[in-house]
Design a protein around this ligand. Structure first.
Ligand code: FMN
Length: 208
């Protein structure tokens, strides 16, 4: 087996992370810029954290080209609100376009061809074409530095969830209808076209 230390260039560490932790779900995060315009960007360092309170987390890194904080965390720290929109295969191309690194204040909804719609509780817009939306209030920030390659964890408390009726049956989200996509290494994406199920051996059964 090959082994590597992690004290080399951050780009090498990054390649190991994105090549081994996959497929990664994608959060399409909508925020408001300080002038009230929309900002939209995808993040695949993204996970669920807590059911009660309902907390989700994602990790915007420092921009490797400029060493600056990305617009999404900047806005969240400033005004404390964001929407996480779930990414289905039908909107993958638009989501990729939303990752374009536009100057601060330019609206990625426009370049991506996605439609902003009002949220119920918070000011940032939801993405109409996404089938699940989480309206979030900023909870925590854990920063690992201010240099290119440094990440940070941003958590949000979900204050409202919206689900398109087409993917929701008998209180469950139907994966085959949601058609979520994931991110892989480099420019790779994943389709979730096949699932398999396994019963779990619970503690009570082991003790029998
Ligand atoms: C599918 C996808 C996933 C991405 N995941 C991340 C991520 O987890 N962290 C990150 O810092 N950038 C990620 N990026 C890059 C950001 O989307 C990109 O830097 C974007 O311009 C940031 O926008 P902002 O400055 O408006 O926040 C991803 C890009 C794509 C296409």
């Amino acid at each position: 087996m090959l082994s590597f230390n992690t004290n080399g260039p951050f780009q090498d560490n990054y390649k190991f992370l994105i090549g081994s932790i996959l497929p990664r779900p994608i959060a399409l995060v909508s925020t408001l810029n300080s002038d009230g315009t929309n900002n939209l960007a995808p993040f695949s360092f993204f996970t669920a954290v807590s059911a009660s309170p309902m907390i989700i987390a994602f990790s915007p890194m420092i921009r490797s080209a400029t060493g600056e904080m990305k617009d999404t965390p900047k806005n969240i720290i400033e005004n404390g609100e964001f929407v996480i929109n779930i990414v289905s295969e039908q909107i993958a191309e638009q989501v990729n376009l939303a990752s374009t690194e536009l100057p601060y204040g330019e609206d990625e909804f426009k370049i991506a061809g996605l439609t902003p719609i009002d949220s119920d509780i918070i000011a940032p817009k939801r993405v109409k074409e996404s089938l699940i939306h989480f309206e979030c209030k900023f909870r925590d920030r854990l920063s690992y530095g201010d240099e290119p390659g440094c990440g940070q964890i941003i958590t949000g408390e979900v204050v409202k969830v919206h689900i398109d009726e087409s993917v929701y049956e008998n209180g469950r989200i139907i994966t085959q209808k949601l058609q979520p996509v994931g991110r892989g290494a480099g420019n790779d994406w994943f389709r979730c076209t096949e699932t398999f199920a396994m019963e779990r051996l619970m503690k009570a059964q082991i003790q029998k």
